[in-house]
Design a protein around this ligand. Structure first.
Ligand code: CO
Length: 134
């Protein structure tokens, strides 16, 4: 059976990356490990590792991106919780069999080769959940 292994990251939507880093990096003292553009999602992401997990900051780089629409509708704040799974395809099959609503029908592959998919908040008690297979 597919197994959840860890919390991989917690993602926060921000409207101003520098302002957010002034809190997460400068005030809290977390280390900024990576700051990069994700053209496919029209966003910029920052990763701040912490005890085997990461805080991910996501900022839209275009008004027509999914993240920009989310920001306009719901404002800044928690965006998703990412759980690491050892078999993403198997987990998605298991969730489907339990009538859990998935946002992605198939796992998607990130630029770094990680496979990911999102579970709809309707089925999770209001939290957008991302599955990650590293
Ligand atoms: Co994520």
């Amino acid at each position: 059976m597919p197994q959840i292994k860890a919390i991989n990251h917690v993602a926060v939507v921000v409207e101003d990356m520098e302002k957010s880093l002034a809190f997460w990096r400068d005030a809290l003292g977390l280390t900024l490990h990576e700051l990069r553009d994700v053209p496919a999602e029209k966003s910029q992401v920052a990763f701040l590792p912490l005890a085997g997990a990461e805080i991910e900051l996501v900022m839209p780089t275009s008004d027509d991106s999914g993240i920009a629409k989310y920001l306009a509708k719901r404002g800044q704040g928690m965006h998703h919780l990412c759980l690491e799974v050892d078999d993403i395809a198997g987990m998605m099959m298991q969730l489907r069999s339990k009538n859990i609503r998935l946002i992605n029908e198939e796992p998607r592959t990130a630029a770094d080769g990680k496979r990911y998919a999102f579970i709809h908040p309707e089925s999770t008690g209001g939290v957008l959940v991302e599955l990650y297979q590293v």
